[in-house]
Design a protein around this ligand. Sequence first.
Ligand code: GLY
Ligand code: MN
Length: 460
Amino acid sequence: MFDAHIYSTRRNKLKSILNNGIALFLGNNYAPMNYPANTYPFRQDSNFLYFFGLNDARLAAIIDFESGKEILFGDDVDIDDIIWMGTQASLKDKSAQCGVKETRTYNDLEKYISENSGRQIHYLPPYRADNSIVLEKLLGIKPSSQKKFASIDLIKAVVSLRAVKEPCEIEALEEAQKIGYEMHSTALKMTKPGIYEREIAGAMEGVCLSHGAVVSFPVILTINGQTLHNHCHENILKEGDLLLVDAGAEAPNNYCSDHTRTYPVGGKFTQKQKEIYEIVLKANKEAIQMIKPGITFQSVHFYACKIIAEGLKAIGLMKGNTDEAVKQGAHAMFLPHGLGHMMGLDVHDMEDLGENYVGYDEETKRSTLFGTAYLRMGRKLKEGFVVTVEPGIYFIPALIQMWEKENKFSEFINYSKVNEYLNFGGIRIEDDILVTKDGYRNLGKPIPKEVDDIENLMSC
Ligand code: GLY
Ligand code: MN
């Protein structure tokens, strides 16, 4: 965790934005897999981590915006816990680590909230069932209504702080990048005919674990890259396949990386694969080059879509006016997702707070068009934002066949030619980008993405 003053400063900033009521932050608990004592690896709530930094279960905290008071609620371990889990820092020590002066037992939280029941209690939308039950007990709000009554003021204030990464966070993100680089280098080396997807996925996860890290989301590693979030790893690689590898690390400091590369099994792209790959690469590189404060990410997204539509037109898969095709959404048959998302403590940063609060604002509204509606981040970029840039081209047989049957966008899509690509799969290329004062910085050591570089490395 960072020094205590980092967390105190963040809480003070929050206090300078909000001035009434109390903010309640519930940390996460262990989540059982198949019986209570057999748990998933512990993952702290990211908002709790951001303001308090403590990576332990069964903690909660309040910030009183009127008195300025901060209290950490939790319990010291007893002798049984020490026997099974070893000694642990006391609650007092934990509170000192994050600069909070007052501590109380976890059960005191209920008493504290009831003593303050006439006041506004700001809370963030819960996403874990056990914390929904705690909230119901504390505030009397049914789980089904808790999202609706979450504090929009607190959500907006938290987003405004977490969106702009501090220098210590950028360093922490760079740590995750190093692990991400090693994961992807491992995947490239292992991409050979005859190996199972699961062997490579397992080796990538092993790289994470060897650094005390975990994957920032379940590894996507597949010869069926046309399925965007494909978590099946049961195929055996064969010459001529394209292997899409979308994976990242969550470093021990809890900051994430997220990269996608697409490799030719056998080491050489076919002409057909290279043509599509070069279009995606151009979209990735030119979109990155556009990044600077003041530009909306939605406009960067549309720019990338136009490169994709123009490239597909050049090889006969699309036709007609490119601007019009993108405006109407015809390109989304090939690119049915958004260009990227914010990244930080969460790989899709702050998604628990609501995508529209994170990625949109009064000025930039979310599109309702198929494909573009999946763009998680659209608003104006600011110095300190970290976003992914991840264009792709996919041939999704069910979607192609559905649209062809409906004669959808037949003025822009050359279906007879597209049908020659039904077994193609998908290509995505993703990098993590920091918005700087006057432009951008690609985070981490570059993971090879040029055709020649990939082919040369794969021939070693
Ligand atoms: N890299 C996976 C995702 O962004 O959804
Ligand atoms: Mn991503």
